[in-house]
Design a protein around this ligand. Sequence first.
Ligand SMILES: [Mg+2]
Length: 377
Amino acid sequence: MKIVDLRIHPVAVSRQYATLTSGGQEGRKNPDAAPVELSYFYILEVETDVGIVGIGEISDIDPGSRMLDGSPMDLENVSAKLRSLLVGRDPSDMERLTLEVRTGGLVDCAIDTACYDIMGKSYGTSATSLAGGHLRKSVWVSWVAYIREPEAMVPEIQEKLAQGFNAFKFKVGRDIDLDEARIKLFREIGGDDLNLKLDANAAWDVDEAISFMRRLEKYNISGVETPIDKENVTGMARVRKAVDTPILEHVSTQEYALELVRHEAVDVFNVSTVGCGGIYRAKKVIAIAEAAGLNALLGSTVELGVGTAAQLALASSSWRVDWPSDLIGPLMYTDDVLNEPWEWDNGYLRVPTGPGLGVTLDPAKLESLRHTLPTSR
Ligand SMILES: [Mg+2]
């Protein structure tokens, strides 16, 4: 089987509300940072010589961002690059494909997703089965609440509790007093037993991280993600030794995974298809968490339906992914490109079982959501 052509559909979808993170230490100094209202995607269709078409998703593209070789993410360039890299290749040749094709995590992920979809359809089985099997029928999801005034957050939390969510993640890091007020209010609404992670998006330095995490310990925080700059691995190890709260970090390569393990810097790997460049590469990173006796969860750049299906194949087939994952795309976006509705089981997202990814594109949605990627945000 060979890849013979591909098509890319540029789409944009609004978020339920304009979302704001800390923006790191730099972002913290900018109180007027613009929240994200609209997210941009390239939906990829990869055609083979046997008539099977596989789908993938370049998720939540930041306008102005570039591919790994420095070239722009405009439609013409990405289409030409992918055509030159993929046409003539066997989509099941994954080890070779991941060694030879490196275009940046988001684009690599779309390629990997389309290949799993093609392989599944070709073999008459699900991408999840190919990734290791349907170990779980549904995946535990933590609702991600972005930085807002506490009062604005109340209906959001109440709605998610009513939908059955028992795990949450709060974006924090712009203002510790505001963070504490939000967490305190959350505990008043939902009680002390709900699973609550925090994600500071690298807003703090080592001393701030230690002092802020100690200050928040009384709220029964299950873990804090990216308290400091993730490149400062020795600093992260210092924070971890000084606090009782587990440390979570995004891990997208095997090399970085090993560095974290060597320095005993984290408790939980945050792994994702989008971060690692697809299911195949992400599996190798999760295997390091497994070997090191660490936990894992799936992070997210907030994917649309195709990307979410790939994440579910990874999560449901990996036993070490035992922490709540951040797969909120199906509820955070106001629309999707799929024919099939998502099914939830009390805060658990059901894993599709059909051939390939188990989801199909709605051509009318690709048309109505069509949107050119702007050159800057
Ligand atoms: Mg994060």
